[in-house]
Design a protein around this ligand. Structure first.
Ligand code: SAM
Length: 245
């Protein structure tokens, strides 16, 4: 159950400082718009303003599992903040520890400071974390297939959820999908192609994208499928401009 998960009421209230401590901006706690509270009781009623970081998260890995994709992407795009979202408590903790260890081991080079993980149910409240058009890339790697028809509503790709991905992605942004389940691949292609905010990225462009081989080989599931000599089906979708009314 995820009823104890905490979500910010609005992306501006999300405190990213503990995930990306190296990007925290030093600034006075009060500014002109929010005058200092007069009395102690006012102070209690004024929510603490989250510490600001100098950049926005631009890449999200939905259901990041053990974090293979995250740690492979981090050194490749060192200027970009990357976030893994994972619903399982112990798995999220594992990824958190993995990132901390990598940061320590690569302290001199300053690597892995741009990657973080958050426990969240991505089927709920994605727009609470990200503003409209904030993200450049969303990865959906080997999502749980939910084979039975009556379980399809639990799939992480659906008409409703695709509208949320469209909301958080900027025009030109890309959704990356990969699965070893042919039926789920077709489902994802159908649902993204049917959505007015997305078009499929042609295969030549897909194969030229440096993130695609990483998705195939660096995810834990990708490695498992490799060992079992299974097929990997990849599809990328581009966020289109909103139509002019
Ligand atoms: N992407 C990873 C990979 O390729 O190795 C993990 C794939 S694993 C089959 C699917 C992951 O999605 C699991 O770790 C699961 O806990 C997570 N997951 C499932 N539903 C989720 C949700 N609603 N929100 C966040 N994570 C979810």
């Amino acid at each position: 159950s995820d009823h104890r998960l905490i979500y910010p009421p609005h992306p501006d209230q999300m405190d990213w400082s503990s995930l990306y401590p190296d990007y925290v901006v030093d600034e006075p706690q009060q500014d002109q718009q929010t005058p200092a509270p007069e009395t102690p009781s006012d102070r209690e009623l004024t929510p603490a303003r989250p510490k600001r970081i100098s950049k926005d998260v631009e890449v999200a890995d939905i259901g990041c599992g053990f974090g293979g994709l995250l740690v492979a992407l981090a050194p490749l795009m060192p200027e970009t903040l990357i976030l893994g979202l994972e619903i399982r408590v112990s798995v999220t903790q594992f990824v958190e520890d993995r990132i901390k260890a990598l940061r320590r081991q690569n302290e001199a080079a300053g690597l892995y400071r741009n990657v973080g993980v958050l426990r969240a149910n991505t089927m709920k409240f994605l727009p609470n974390f990200f503003r409209k058009g904030q993200l450049a890339k969303v990865f959906i790697c080997f999502p749980d297939p939910h084979f039975k028809a009556r379980k399809h509503k639990q799939r992480i790709v659906s008409t409703t959820l695709n509208s949320e991905y469209a909301y958080v992605l900027r025009p030109g942004g890309i959704v990356y999908t990969i699965t070893d389940v042919p039926d789920l691949h077709e489902w994802m292609v159908q649902h993204f192609e049917a959505h007015p905010s997305f078009e499929r990225v042609p295969e030549d462009e897909q194969e030229a994208d440096p993130c695609v081989p990483i998705m195939r080989t660096e995810t834990e599931e990708g490695k498992k499928v490799e060992r079992h000599k299974g097929q990997k089906h990849v599809a990328l979708f581009r966020r289109l401009e909103d139509p002019a009314w």
